[in-house]
Design a protein around this ligand. Structure first.
Ligand SMILES: Cc1ncc(COP(=O)(O)O)c(C=O)c1O
Length: 374
């Protein structure tokens, strides 16, 4: 008789045969390896003010929020963070979520149903894809960063009585490129579509004072962000109108049915937010270093997949060669990993480098030297 877990065994064996089995490796923060793959772009996860705020909120309010936001989980810290963030982003309202993945996978389902047409960039994050599946909406995926294709699709499916929602990232998480956001805003305007931009990899780092690429664009109906990257903490937010916030509070299961973020996490994020206006010099350093790395890689003929940001993939193609290169970089003291299918398309295996405030020009020179001898 077949075991009831036969399908689990089969799936794992298939992954193993393809040499794509994922496993969890412990990473010692003090391993001595130089981190060139994390998303702590401004180095805030270790900033004394962020840690201090986190400790204070922990001691003041305890380890857990103890309930969902709508029951007894909303305390002054949640309200304070939502208000301060809305003021900083110059948006009417902000709603906190427990993580970017949780927000994206449930928020799309709250806004879309089978009468909705969703228009997604082909490389939108998996969390957004999960949201689309959950919503049962009609999903149209346009070619990566191809606004002509978006336009063609929305013209084709546009009809009265249907909702139309365009969703894109501002900095793509695996390729580090940026779409033509003003063109996407124009298309949203022309077809009266809701426009949602996931700024997970830009808020904190890009735009005026780190307020993202869409800071000045009131045509963007909802800006999504996470605190797990440039803020150095954890959690996520949707910045939108008061009305949309109220709608999500009422209809978004990923907000309603979960325990509120704990005080220490809210504290860390508040500490990071208060630092944001002081960090222009750090941002410039990270962006200049990113540019140096991109320029040198391109000059040496590496495929960086059109990156224009701090996320810089070096696309190798073959999985085996990418794994070998990751090992070589680790032996040389860099914490670098191979990113392979199914995370990226077949034949597009890569090392995904990220530039953070902890890196220096010397690190970039060392990395280039290692890559050139690979
Ligand atoms: C574009 C994008 N959106 C959302 C997320 C999820 O955010 P979080 O890490 O807070 O769950 C990520 C993180 O990998 C991301 O890259």
């Amino acid at each position: 008789m077949k075991s009831r877990f036969e399908f689990v065994k089969d799936a794992l064996e298939a992954r193993q045969r393809a040499e794509q089995l994922r496993s969890l490796n412990e990473f010692e923060k003090d391993s001595g390896l130089i981190n060139v793959c994390g998303n702590d772009y401004l180095g805030l996860s270790k900033h004394p003010q962020v840690i201090n705020y986190s400790q204070n909120y922990l001691l003041k309010s305890g380890a857990g929020s103890t309930a969902s936001r709508l029951i007894a989980g909303t305390n002054r810290a949640h309200i304070e963070l939502e208000k301060e963030l809305a003021t900083w982003l110059e948006r009417e309202s902000v709603l906190l979520f427990n993580s970017g993945f949780q927000m994206n996978s449930s928020l799309i389902g709250a806004l879309a149903d089978k009468n909705t047409h969703l228009y997604y960039d082909k490389l939108n994050h998996n969390s957004l894809i999960q949201g689309a599946i959950l919503s049962r909406a009609n999903l149209h995926r346009y070619r990566h960063c191809d606004t002509d294709h978006l336009s063609t699709l929305i013209k084709k499916y546009h009809s009265a009585g249907k909702h139309h929602i365009i969703v894109t990232e501002s900095v793509f998480s695996m390729d580090g490129d940026v779409p033509n956001l003003s063109e996407i805003s124009n298309i949203a305007d022309e077809f009266d579509a809701i426009l949602i931009v996931d700024e997970a990899h830009s808020v904190g780092l890009w735009g005026p004072g780190g307020r993202g690429f869409t800071f000045d664009d009131s045509r963007v109906d909802m800006v999504l962000g996470t605190f797990g990257k440039a803020f150095g903490s954890f959690g996520a937010f949707a910045a939108c109108s008061d009305q949309l916030k109220t709608y999500l509070v009422n209809f978004c299961p990923g907000f309603v049915y979960t325990t509120a973020l704990p005080p220490a996490t809210i504290g860390a994020t508040l500490g990071a937010l208060k630092l944001m206006p002081t960090l222009d010099e750090v941002r410039n350093r990270v962006l200049n270093l990113s540019q140096k790395f991109r320029t040198e890689l391109t000059q040496h003929g590496f495929d960086i997949s059109g990156s224009t940001s701090q996320i810089i993939p070096v696309v190798i193609g073959s999985e085996e060669k990418t794994l070998e290169l990751a090992q070589k970089l680790q032996n040389a003291g860099f914490q670098a990993y191979a990113v392979r299918p199914p995370t990226v398309a077949a034949g597009r295996s890569r090392i995904r480098f990220t530039i953070t405030a902890d890196l220096t020009e010397k690190h970039i020179d060392q990395l280039i030297a290692e890559l050139l001898t690979s």
